[in-house]
Design a protein around this ligand. Sequence first.
Ligand SMILES: Cc1cc2nc3c(=O)[nH]c(=O)nc-3n(C[C@H](O)[C@H](O)[C@H](O)COP(=O)(O)OP(=O)(O)OC[C@H]3O[C@@H](n4cnc5c(N)ncnc54)[C@H](O)[C@@H]3O)c2cc1C
Length: 402
Amino acid sequence: MPVNVLIIGAGIGGLALAQGLRRAGVPAIVYERDRGPADRPQGYRLHLNPTGVQALRECLAPDVFEVFQAACGRPARTMTFYTETLRRLLTVEVSVTGHRSVGRDTFRGALLTGLEGSIRFGKTCTGYRRDPDGTVTALFADGTTATGDVLVAADGTGSVIRRQYLPHAERLDTGMRTIAGRLPLTTRVRALLPGSLSTGPVTITAPGGMGMFLALQEFQRSAADDFVSWGLGARATTTGELSGLSGERLRALVAELTAGWHTDLRALVHQTDTAAVTATAIRSSVPVPAWTPGPVTLLGDAIHAMTPARGIGANTALRDAALLARLLAAVARGERPLLEAVGEYEALMTEYGFAAVRASLAELKRQTALDGRAALALTRAALRLMDAVPPLKRRVFADLGE
Ligand SMILES: Cc1cc2nc3c(=O)[nH]c(=O)nc-3n(C[C@H](O)[C@H](O)[C@H](O)COP(=O)(O)OP(=O)(O)OC[C@H]3O[C@@H](n4cnc5c(N)ncnc54)[C@H](O)[C@@H]3O)c2cc1C
């Protein structure tokens, strides 16, 4: 049965799905509200685990997978914890097999490879309509429409399709905020970084329930685009309202919040171009009970947005894309009825997707529950103990990045 797929959102999940369908010869068009691939900063670095990389291998044709590989940075070999005055607490060795580290903008560039004719930029979806003949029509802010056999909401955490299709699916504000920035990796910047950053990311545990995550993105083929990214995590009650604040105000706020921190970390923040400083409110979806499958479905953050505490949101979106592409390809080959395939996708996706949501929320709570001085001292003592007892360390961090 010919199946025409409409995908709303050219983010990580939407583009991976488009690639998977293209590979299977299933016609699909992606509609994206950005005016072009470089319309806005895409954020910084993403860690992809073996599940995400395997899903990409499935979706991308070998030549496109090569473009993705070339966009990846050197994989991390360690993860180190420090105090805010840069005293080392713990170093964990991480397995690099099957893992990748990729800058978001270069990743999106790689995922766009070969899709030039299948993407419509500048198309803001406002909702959809189900048609009497069983097809579905996407509605756009410019008054245009597009009709297909199946509509996939890949429009991220604020999904307009989810709001219409599953209006009872809620988003929980975790009360955590991140402010992040990025700097080119010049010799002057490199001199400010903790030594262990060259082998893997660094987490700073700080008083007041705050933390900072630092990571390098060093490309394997050329050093010209190498960068370091930092992200400060803090409670909304500490940061105050962030929406609408300029990069300059956000950077000044980070400088204020990190007043007693090591001068190198403060210099790093100070040297960040304010155009590269952004804030995010950390939200988590509330799992919803199963629904009756129809010609509308969802993937990635549109259905199971999760906190970044475990670094698995994009990996899960990629897993969705590979699964849905596989099932829609079976429909196109006449092996499965459409609604049965959508139903199977949704049953599997909601099970592992909401499990990832729960795990990510639990991890965020674990990381942020202890913000009193005594609790921080206890956490640091535990990290030092793990550093001194390798078998304990291996057990505690057995599923790091998974
Ligand atoms: C600080 C931070 C760090 C993270 N680090 C990691 C990590 O290391 N590893 C990991 O696996 N995950 C990580 N994540 C999670 C990851 O970023 C998301 O899970 C992932 O981007 C979800 O992909 P997606 O395709 O579902 O949505 P998105 O990538 O958000 O894409 C949605 C797309 O839809 C478009 N869109 C939205 N609305 C409309 C509309 N109405 N009409 C048309 N287009 C629309 C948007 O412009 C966007 O292009 C992190 C998240 C945060 C906040």
